[in-house]
Design a protein. Structure first.
Length: 193
């Protein structure tokens, strides 16, 4: 019972931090991301990013995404491209419940990156419904982001707050928000689009 109360207090504290966030959290003790110097074919070269990304901030935004991807590949090594098994409807719905409690303040209720705290954030929260963004990192990479957070962004790691099951369920829900040819991968999960 005491552990549940501590988890609840931690969730509230982190949620309040995220709602009022306008700076970068401290990621002391974590290794810095390395610059992405590889000439790897990314979405920026193939034109897969959404039209809203083609403004002045596109270069900075893509540089940050490339840095995050390079960091993820360094952290995960050969496991970066490993598949994550499909989720059940129950896991997706359990993930939605946790997402609405701890993620929606930045990522929005529909996962578009338009939550109430998003306006003051740089870089902006991920839009999980936009095809280019939603598939820019591998599935294992997204899971790692949920666990560890992202250096240089307000995205905090949840590994010390959420259980491994909750983290996997949040990922299942996030993955279900992906747009594939204009439709989400899981249309029957009561998403607000």
């Amino acid at each position: 019972m005491k552990i549940r109360k501590l988890k609840a207090i931690a969730l509230i504290t982190v949620s309040l931090f995220l709602i009022g966030a306008c700076g970068n959290p401290s990621h002391e003790g974590r290794s810095e991301m390395h610059s992405h110097n590889e000439n790897e074919k990314g979405h920026e070269e193939s034109g897969e990013m959404g039209e809203h990304e083609h403004g002045e901030g596109m270069e900075h935004h893509m540089e940050h995404m490339n840095d995050v991807r390079a960091w993820l590949k360094g952290e995960l090594g050969d496991n970066y491209d490993n598949e994550v098994p499909a989720s059940t409807d129950e896991e997706i719905m359990a993930g939605k419940t946790v997402f609405m409690k701890v993620c929606q303040s930045c990522h929005g209720t529909s996962g578009k990156g338009d939550g109430p705290a998003a306006a003051g954030l740089d870089p902006k929260p991920a839009d999980f419904t936009e095809p280019g963004h939603s598939k820019y990192y591998s599935d294992m990479g997204r899971l790692h982001i949920i666990r560890k957070g992202i250096i240089g962004a307000v995205m905090v790691g949840w590994e010390n707050i959420l259980s491994e099951t909750e983290i996997n369920n949040v990922y299942a829900y996030v993955r279900s928000l992906r747009n594939v040819d204009g439709e989400s991968e899981h249309r029957d999960h009561d998403h607000a689009h």
